[in-house]
Ligand binder design. Structure first.
Ligand SMILES: *[C@@H]1O[C@H](CO)[C@@H](O)[C@H](O)[C@H]1NC(C)=O
Ligand SMILES: *[C@@H]1O[C@H](CO)[C@@H](O)[C@H](O)[C@H]1NC(C)=O
Ligand SMILES: *[C@@H]1O[C@H](CO)[C@@H](O)[C@H](O)[C@H]1NC(C)=O
Ligand SMILES: *[C@@H]1O[C@H](CO)[C@@H](O)[C@H](O)[C@H]1NC(C)=O
Ligand SMILES: *[C@@H]1O[C@H](CO)[C@@H](O)[C@H](O)[C@H]1NC(C)=O
Length: 308
């Protein structure tokens, strides 16, 4: 077999075959890339329909570059997102984002902004969306009104993190629930994200917002699981360092609305043509993906038919 687009029976799934497998091991190298195309960038697997370079990707939306100029090579999307994981089975990718940090002195004058940190992430709308199911927007430190905007610069959403005065502070139950840290869901179908911090000056706004404060305030978008594990037991709202978070991205073939439309639309180059595989609708934005049947493993995306 030298083609992608094959779902083979996953033998371990069938109990009695496991025995046979032990007696006579079968080589099961599953083909994840087109012939002559790299299937890794550093340690990161790059399965088709993704590809390093135009010739190897299904279409330009799935085109990646592997930047070798770093000590460990970086996998980059077309718009420069640093990707650390690609998954066919769940239609997800993980991208890195630096938290935006602003720090203030005792009179609440801005004294530090990390100008090297990019505060926006443009995704390729033809392929990627920010996962509304998996990501949360977070504003950390206080007082902090964190918000994010779309590519036209208009407000999308935000949340407010306030600290109670020291003398009234309750034993923190942990979690990112509004005191020192707030989090909110993001809208579906988002392919652009830009984070901002709005600071409060002493004397501004309602006195309820003038409790305790932290030296630095942050905003970022992150995998809910990362937030949960980081801020559950030992919430550190008063940090001053820079940090990088994992953002979950949903990808799909988006040239048609869903599986039904893809199957009907002969010109749309329907992908899920192989046996033992099925079409699944995108759950975030238009489009679809292919999946192997339960019990089958492999790469369900066949090489795109070349049109002349
Ligand atoms: C805070 O920073 C501002 C602007 O740099 C400065 O004018 C002010 O004196 C500083 N306040 C304190 C207490 O250092
Ligand atoms: C994130 O921070 C790291 C380390 O400071 C830096 O190398 C990288 O370029 C930053 N990335 C972005 C997108 O700002
Ligand atoms: C954050 O730390 C500073 C310095 O240790 C302290 O003065 C301040 O009260 C702390 N803020 C909160 C909200 O804990
Ligand atoms: C069929 O596919 C073409 C090419 O991708 C697209 O322009 C068109 O909108 C699709 N039609 C439907 C009904 O989805
Ligand atoms: C995909 O979505 C369409 C439109 O909502 C629906 O009719 C169809 O049954 C869905 N297909 C699958 C495979 O879930």
């Amino acid at each position: 077999m030298s083609e992608t687009g094959t779902c083979t029976l996953h033998l371990q799934a069938v109990a009695f075959v496991v025995l046979l497998l032990r007696l006579a091991p079968v080589t099961q190298a599953s083909v994840q890339q087109l012939p002559g195309c790299p299937d890794k960038c550093g340690d990161i697997n790059v399965p088709y329909p993704f590809g390093i370079g135009a010739r190897c990707a299904r279409d330009s939306g799935f085109e990646l570059t592997c930047d070798q100029s770093y000590s460990s090579p970086r996998l980059l999307s077309r718009y420069g997102q640093h990707l650390v994981k690609l998954s066919l089975a769940d239609g997800e990718a993980i991208a890195l984002l630096n938290a935006t940090r602003q720090c203030y002195n005792s009179t609440e004058d801005l004294v530090f902004v990390d100008s090297s940190t990019q505060n926006y992430m443009p995704l390729d709308g033809s392929t990627y969306r920010f996962s509304a199911a998996r990501n949360r927007f977070v504003a950390l430190g206080c007082p902090n009104l964190g918000y994010f905007v779309d590519s036209t610069g208009y407000y999308l959403s935000g949340c407010t993190s306030i600290c109670r005065p020291v003398q009234s502070r309750t034993a923190s139950s942990g979690g990112c629930t509004g005191e020192g840290c707030c989090q909110i869901k993001i809208p579906q179908n988002m392919d652009y994200y830009e984070q901002h911090i709005l600071s409060f000056k002493p004397g501004q706004g309602d006195p309820i917002f003038q409790g305790d404060k932290t030296y630095c305030r942050y905003v970022f978008l992150a995998d809910e699981k990362w937030i949960e594990t980081t801020y559950r037991d030992r919430p550190d709202f008063n940090r001053t360092d820079d940090f990088t978070v994992h953002v979950v991205i949903d990808w799909a073939i988006r040239n048609v609305g869903n599986c039904n439309a893809a199957k009907l639309n002969k010109t749309a180059d329907y992908a899920c043509r192989y046996s033992h595989s099925d079409c699944v609708n995108s759950t975030n934005g238009a489009g679809y993906r292919c999946n192997c049947f339960d019990g089958y493993k492999g790469n369900p995306f066949p090489r795109r038919r070349m049109r002349r």
